[in-house]
Write a protein that binds this ligand. Sequence first.
Ligand SMILES: *Cc1c(COP(=O)(O)O)cnc(C)c1O
Length: 359
Amino acid sequence: MILLNPGPVTLSARVRAALQRDDLCHREAEFATLSLGLRTSLETLYDATEHLAVLLTGSGSCAVEAMLATFAPRDAATLVISNGVYGERMALMLDCQGKPFFESRQAWGAALDLTAVSQLLDAHADIACVAVVHHETTTGRLNDLDELAALCSNRNVGLLIDAVSSFGGERIDFHRWRPLAVAATANKCLHGIPGVAFVLGRRDFLATPRGNSPSLYLDLERYVDLQRDGWSPFTQSVQGYYALDEALRELDEQGGWQRRRERYQQITDRLRGVLADLGVRAFLDRQSSASMLTAYHLPPGCSYPELHTGLKQAGFTIYAGQGQLASRVFRIATMGHLGDADVERCCEVFQSLLGQSAI
Ligand SMILES: *Cc1c(COP(=O)(O)O)cnc(C)c1O
């Protein structure tokens, strides 16, 4: 099966083979070496010299929730900017954590409204952090964080980024944005397996224990000292680490995130072109979209289940819309190990399902 959903992704043969490495206890020296290597690779991928990678066992949401648990204060507010499901989920997480927050709910698919953000920051002097999603996977919108980061730094407000579906496949400017923390996962643009997630947190912040976390398992402060030497307070996904280790080697050999981004864009452009010829309109223009995901309007007279089944029978898994877009769009992600032949075959399947003779 070729996965065209935004994680988990189609694995390369070498990443799949890494799952067969020897059984290993997470209290043995070999595990510490593996863990230290992963942390260094994650920090150097974007040259994040001011940040420390903390590895967790869980899905992307686990990393986002751990980031909010550890970095969002208990005694000052966090402003969540949402323009899709994942922004809204961060507000839910803060609510579950019993922390003070405001939410700037913005239109799904629209560019970030920074005037609204400034007004909220003006109105509430107790806002200490802004939390935002980089690539809002709900719509494919790549939120422009250059200006938001500048706004936060001018006001001395910390920036927390959900980069779960952009880390490894889009530009993340650690030096200019200076985020307090960035949360991401192994199984989207990094091409590992689900079960390993991580947060890159600012070293200066993590140097002082703050006691912000209402959760034990998600408290990154409990991990930091142990992980400095490669250890972890809880059992980690050893096979997930193996897969991420191999996936990061592969990414490095292929030319890093820049080259991966180009490859994603190339496949996305090919599919966009073929679908446009078939009369299928993209939900957002190319400039506003992330390189590796596009939402498309469902063609008239074609239901998502029909389209999904047609593609699945041919060996491709596409993704439905979420929330208010569930009945209106379908999504195609181009992350994962995809060859040119896979892409061309997918185009042919769309042509046979949606071409004139089919409708
Ligand atoms: C996939 C995703 C998540 C986390 O999802 P999980 O199912 O927990 O892995 C969080 N934020 C964004 C933007 C995502 O795309």
